[in-house]
Write a protein that binds this ligand. Structure first.
Ligand code: ADP
Length: 507
């Protein structure tokens, strides 16, 4: 791996605590694999509770001095960090693709999004303003000042090894908090390269600490510590609920970006070609492994033949044809290969889970229109040990029912089930029939339908004739079991700041 980097010193195998690269106290190692080939990329020191306690102590000891810097001083360091990261794009995107499998073009897209957040937050550090409130009594004045919450424990997943970090660490540091970050043990190399660049940017020691190792022991220490005042988490709803419950004992703030189960409604007046292209982009991005991937497609018309005949603009069959043609053009392969549009899943167990969900759908009446299996490589093929699954479309299901795993659960794989609906109300009701509430999409040309549907969908983000809905300027987050709090945008720093009311008596 060292030979594939322009700057080999960005490759790290230790944790970063108090400004030093440190080994764990025991001998255990953690291997990082390329999911396309099974190759071992690096072997890392495996930290647990004691290293986490040390990192929390470092972050606590420098919190006051970091918070006391002016916004402009913090901004200058964050800006320098942004510039160094930007200048090392090639190495960082190589690390991202090798450790998480996504095609290089998608790593570059994630990189652009992540550095935009870094730049935005560097600027926002200068704008942590307060408020002056109209007085209810002539003898006093009310002011609101905003202060950083304290040490932040950030826990990030493997599917966006770069931007999930920038979304938490950048606003936290801009607000004046210090951070202990636990990146996913499956993709720690990108995170550690970011720490090296933060160090080069002059980030004071202890302000950003990264602990790589055992998820449960690191997470438990972060949650139980009274010095950690906020947990910022992206990952599964299961782990998010554990962290939130654990945080109650010390009354920490939490922000939770959890699972999704995004519906995509194709109304009868939709531009079918655009809708099919959008489903292809959204459903198969990162091999289906994003929390806002399209998970369930609902297409007019009704399943019933009689009703179907009554509806003039029945679009289901044409839409499925367009979608299958688009999916057939996807190219499965290693992310480093420029021809690849579609990389491996993160590990073999993920492929097995997807297979089980597809089998469940087939047993409940689904037909595989395309895909539905692993690609067949013979043993000598360089990708034969990769964790691949072919992009898949499932059709033929007469009715979406909650007992189908592909309707109820987040797929987290390259599989799109297509269901039918009769009326707008039914489509919206089926879309909302999920415990999740992160992203939803629909395509229509009718303005009234667009407005009513956007209002009725119980999701934190809605794409209307658009699936590229994330941006550094727009709030990102969900409702229901998809979490709470918002990342990105002018609200990004809010979750890392407390309000203090100052009431001043004038005598
Ligand atoms: P995913 O299914 O996306 O891997 P997880 O919730 O398992 O989602 O993982 C997201 C992050 O949470 C990773 O960094 C992982 O190591 C971490 N994690 C997993 N289990 C725990 C836990 N018990 N406590 C704290 N962090 C955890």
């Amino acid at each position: 791996l060292v030979q594939r980097l322009k700057d080999p010193t960005l490759l790290k195998s230790q944790s970063f605590i108090g400004g030093s690269w440190v080994d764990a106290s025991d001998e255990e190692r953690i291997d990082v694999h390329d999911p396309a080939t099974g190759e071992t990329l690096a072997s890392l020191s495996h930290c647990k509770g004691s290293e986490t306690r040390a990192a929390i102590a470092e972050a606590s000891s420098v919190f006051k001095s970091w918070a006391a810097k002016t916004g402009k001083e913090r901004s200058q360091i964050l800006r320098k960090w942004f510039e160094l990261v930007r200048d090392n794009q090639e190495d960082i995107t190589t690390l991202m693709t090798l450790e998480c499998g996504k095609p290089l073009a998608q790593s570059k897209g994630e990189f652009e999004s992540g550095i935009s957040t870094m730049e935005w937050c560097a600027e926002e550090a200068k704008r942590v303003d307060g408020d002056v409130i109209c007085t209810p009594a002539a003898s006093k004045r009310f002011l609101v000042v905003r202060q950083p919450v304290g040490v932040v424990g950030a826990i990030t997943p493997w599917n966006f090894p770069f931007s999930m970090i920038t979304r938490k660490v950048s606003p936290a540091l801009a607000a004046g908090c210090t951070v202990v970050l636990k990146p996913s043990e499956l993709t720690p190399l990108t995170a550690l390269a970011l720490a090296e660049l933060a160090d080069r940017a002059g980030m004071p020691r202890g302000v950003l600490n990264i602990v790589v190792g055992d998820a449960k022991s690191i997470g438990d220490e972060l949650v139980k510590s009274d010095d950690v005042r906020k947990i910022a988490f992206t990952g599964s709803t299961r782990v998010g609920k554990l962290l939130m419950a654990g945080s109650a004992a010390t009354m920490k703030k939490v922000s939770m970006e959890l699972g999704g189960n995004a519906p995509f409604i194709v109304f009868q007046d939709a531009d079918l070609a655009q809708a099919a292209a959008a489903v292809t982009t959204s459903s198969y991005r990162n091999a289906g492994q994003t929390c806002i991937c399209t998970n369930r497609v609902f297409v007019h018309p009704p399943a019933s033949r009689t009703l179907s005949l009554m509806v003039q603009e029945s679009v289901h069959d044409d839409f499925v044809k367009e979608l299958v043609e688009a999916v057939q053009k996807l190219r499965v392969g290693a992310g480093m290969d420029a021809a690849t549009t579609h990389g491996p899943l993160i590990q073999h167990s993920a492929v097995e889970t997807v297979e089980a969900k597809v089998q469940d759908a087939i047993s409940k009446g689904a037909t595989v229109a395309v895909g539905g299996k692993r690609p067949e490589y013979d043993a000598s093929h360089p990708l034969s040990k990769g964790s691949f699954y072919e992009p898949t479309v499932l059709t033929g299901m007469l009715r979406a029912t909650i007992d189908m795993r592909c309707f109820r659960e987040e797929m987290f794989g390259p599989v799109t089930p297509v269901f039918k609906f009769s009326t707008d109300e039914e489509a919206i009701q089926m879309a909302n029939t999920t415990e999740y509430g992160l992203a939803a999409y629909f395509y229509t040309k009718d303005l009234a339908r667009a407005w009513k549907t956007a209002e009725a969908l119980e999701f934190g983000m809605v794409g209307v004739n658009e699936v590229a809905i994330t941006s550094d300027v727009a709030p990102f987050g969900g409702v229901k079991h998809s979490g709470q709090g918002r990342e990105e945008s002018k609200y990004a720093l809010d979750g890392f700041l407390d309000m203090k009311t100052v009431c001043m008596g004038l005598g």
